[in-house]
Ligand binder design. Structure first.
Ligand code: ZN
Length: 300
């Protein structure tokens, strides 16, 4: 446990330890590239920027490029980003988020604008921002446990060419690629997926697939949230079931939960912009994830 945080008297150690303002700025930075849609200049620029952010901070950074042929016959060039702290440590934790953003806005009220890409401030950029800020924190105070950050590409691609409705066959692509190439040998203690983690006054109830597939990880994370005084963001109650990257990872034997606020009105619309994202929410999520990592690292 990190000492010296007792300035508030009642404040739980670990609360406020995460650099929330930095994370907030990293959401805006990503959105400023434009939609991170595979095949676009913004996508390529964001990839280069993330890599340059991670290289001096993590102990090892690897790009994992791959291709995917879609239902409509298009070939996508995609890249997962892998950044490790203490890469040789046997005890490890996986932290993951998707870095691409959705090419269509099928939930826009106006049908004529549903073919436009979403800005992806909360859906994509928020989870990446928390993990990039966490990397900065871990670079200054090493975690004492192996930490692997996996930023997946192509999570949010799949869509019907006419209606733009989601097509799951062309989604979760980076997680599928990782599961196929690394899933049989990579065995962290557990994994945490962050998706839609930035909305002002967000609530993260227990996501039901997480509860079914890795209940002990759900308990660990939500109990830490309680102890840090972040229970308002992490209510101990059942939420919806979401088919997200963590389901693919669990199928490969990597016990992974999803911290997700699936009650987000701007989801898959062009209204998913940085003004919906709040540093306090990013801070609560970051505090909890950082504290989970720190506790693993301080075990005897
Ligand atoms: Zn999405």
């Amino acid at each position: 446990m990190v000492g010296g945080a007792a300035c508030g008297g009642e404040k739980a150690p670990g609360r406020g330890a995460f650099p929330a303002a930095l994370a907030d700025s990293l959401v805006a930075r990503q959105v400023a590239f434009g939609p991170r849609v595979p095949g676009t200049d913004a996508h390529a620029a964001a990839l280069q920027w993330m890599t340059e952010w991670l290289r001096p901070r993590a102990d090892a950074v690897t790009l994992m490029p791959f291709r995917h042929v879609t239902l409509t016959g298009d070939t996508l060039s995609l890249t997962n980003v892998w950044a490790s702290f203490a890469p040789d440590a046997g005890s490890r934790i996986l932290l993951t988020a998707h870095w691409d953003s959705r090419p269509v806005a099928e939930r826009n009220a106006d049908p004529d604008t549903r073919g436009e890409p979403v800005p992806g401030a909360n859906d994509g950029a928020s989870g990446v921002a928390v993990l990039l800020a966490l990397a900065d924190e871990l670079s200054r105070t090493p975690p004492g446990v192996g930490v692997d950050i996996l930023l997946t590409d192509g999570e949010d691609w799949g869509h019907d060419p006419d209606t733009y409705e989601t097509r799951i066959e062309d989604m979760l692509l980076g997680a599928r690629h990782f599961a196929t190439t690394r899933g049989s040998t990579y065995r962290p203690l557990f994994g945490i997926l962050l998706d839609l983690v930035g909305e002002r006054n967000a609530r993260f109830p227990w996501e039901q697939n997480s509860l079914a597939l890795a209940p002990e990880v759900v308990r660990r994370v939500w109990d830490v949230a309680d102890e840090l005084g972040h229970g308002e963001y992490f209510p101990q109650e059942r939420g919806p079931a979401v088919n997200d990257d963590h389901v693919v990872l669990n199928e490969a034997g990597i016990r992974t939960i999803d911290i997700i606020d699936f009650d987000y009105p701007a989801w898959h619309t062009t209204e998913d912009t940085p003004d919906k994202v709040d540093a306090a929410t990013l801070g609560a999520v970051g505090d909890v994830v950082l504290e989970v990592v720190r506790r693993l690292g301080s075990r005897p």
